[in-house]
Design a protein around this ligand. Structure first.
Ligand code: C5P
Ligand code: MG
Length: 161
C-alpha cells in the first residue's frame, strides 16, 4: 500500500503584517537594521511558524494555531523556537524526522541575502539537519505586498524502518 511509504511531504505558510518599532526575526535570526518588524502575538517569526506548519501538515496533524492559539495569553511573546521544538516532539513521537526543507521568504526590504547562511544554519540546527538539507530563497513582492512578510515552506519527513 502506497500509504505505508516511509515518506511524507508537508507544506506550510505564514504571513505577518510589518510595522515600525517591532523586531523582525526570521528563522530564529534577528534581522539587523530592519525598519519594521512583524505584528504578532508571539515573536512573529514567520519562517519558524511556516516550518512548524509544514512539519505538522506532513503528518496531517493540523496547524500550530491548534496547539498554540493566539487567543491564549500563555502563548503571548512565545519564542517560536519553542513552538518548533514542541512540533518536532509531536512528529518524533510518531517515528518521523525532517529529511529536508525548502523555504521561500517574500519580503521587499531589507535585502536578506547577507543573512542567508545564518538563517540556514539556525533553521538547520533547530531541525537537527545539516545545512545542506535546508534551502533558503528570498523574493521581493515587486511592491505588491510592501507591508507584509510572507513565507512558504515544503518539508519532507521520513520514518526509520
Ligand atoms: O524578487 P526578486 O526576484 O526581484 O529578487 C531578486 C533577488 O533579490 C533574489 O536573488 C533574492 O535572493 C534577493 N532578495 C534578497 N532579499 C529580499 C528579497 C530578495 O536578498 N528581501
Ligand atoms: Mg506567524
Amino acid at each position: 500500500m502506497l500509504s505505508s511509504l516511509p515518506l511524507r511531504i508537508g507544506y506550510g505558510e505564514d504571513a505577518h503584517r510589518l510595522a515600525p518599532g517591532r523586531p523582525l526575526i526570521l528563522g530564529g535570526v534577528p534581522v539587523p537594521h530592519a525598519e519594521r518588524g512583524a505584528v504578532a502575538h508571539s515573536d512573529g517569526d514567520a519562517v519558524l511558524h511556516a516550518v512548524a506548519d509544514a512539519l505538522l501538515s506532513g503528518l496531517a496533524l493540523g496547524d500550530i494555531g491548534q496547539y498554540f492559539p493566539d487567543t491564549d495569553p500563555q502563548w503571548a511573546g512565545l519564542d517560536s523556537r519553542d513552538i518548533l521544538r514542541r512540533v518536532l516532539d509531536l512528529i518524533r513521537e510518531r517515528g518521523y524526522e525532517p529529511v529536508n526543507v525548502a523555504l521561500v521568504v517574500t519580503l521587499d526590504r531589507p535585502k536578506l541575502g547577507p543573512l542567508r547562511a545564518e538563517i540556514t544554519r539556525s533553521v538547520a540546527a533547530l531541525l537537527a539537519l545539516p545545512d545542506s538539507e535546508v534551502g533558503v530563497s528570498f523574493k521581493t513582492s515587486e511592491g505588491l505586498a510592501p507591508d507584509h512578510v510572507q513565507v512558504r515552506v515544503t518539508a519532507l519527513l521520513g520514518r526509520d524502518g
